[in-house]
Design a protein around this ligand. Structure first.
Ligand SMILES: [Zn+2]
Length: 129
């Protein structure tokens, strides 16, 4: 009887820590869609700014330049995020998802739930800081 209880407890724990790759994949694909959509929207907005540039004064011109610099930074971050997501999806296809690309250890499921695109375990992430 006691042994049976122990067994049930164990299987329950295993089920809880099992990685739900399907859900994580869906989340990654959604995030990817949003990033690509954002990229499209900002590209359209940028076209509008360029058209207006002949009529703007000196101050708003400086604003425009500042906005442009911020835009470049946003684009850069989006680009990095997209690469992380693509790499994570690739690892899923190759059945390597959930393992640290740096040391090969299993990445904690909780960590993957928080950031499904993370390529490294918590130890390697700290080392990189
Ligand atoms: Zn690692």
């Amino acid at each position: 009887m006691e042994a049976l209880v122990k067994y049930e407890k164990q299987t329950q724990t295993n089920a809880m820590t099992k990685l739900d790759t399907q859900t994580l994949r869906t989340r990654l694909l959604q995030e990817r869609e949003e990033l690509l959509h954002d990229a499209e929207v900002t590209a359209e907005e940028r076209d509008v700014v360029t058209l207006d540039q002949t009529s703007v004064g000196r101050l708003s011109r400086m604003d425009a330049l500042q906005n442009q610099a911020m835009q470049v930074e946003t684009d850069r971050r989006r680009e990095i995020e997209l690469k992380r997501i693509d790499a994570a999806l690739k690892r899923m296809n190759e059945d390597e998802y959930g393992y640290c690309v740096s040391c090969g250890a299993e990445i904690q499921p909780k960590r993957l739930e928080m950031d499904p695109a993370t390529p490294v375990c918590v130890d390697c992430a700290h080392k990189a800081d």
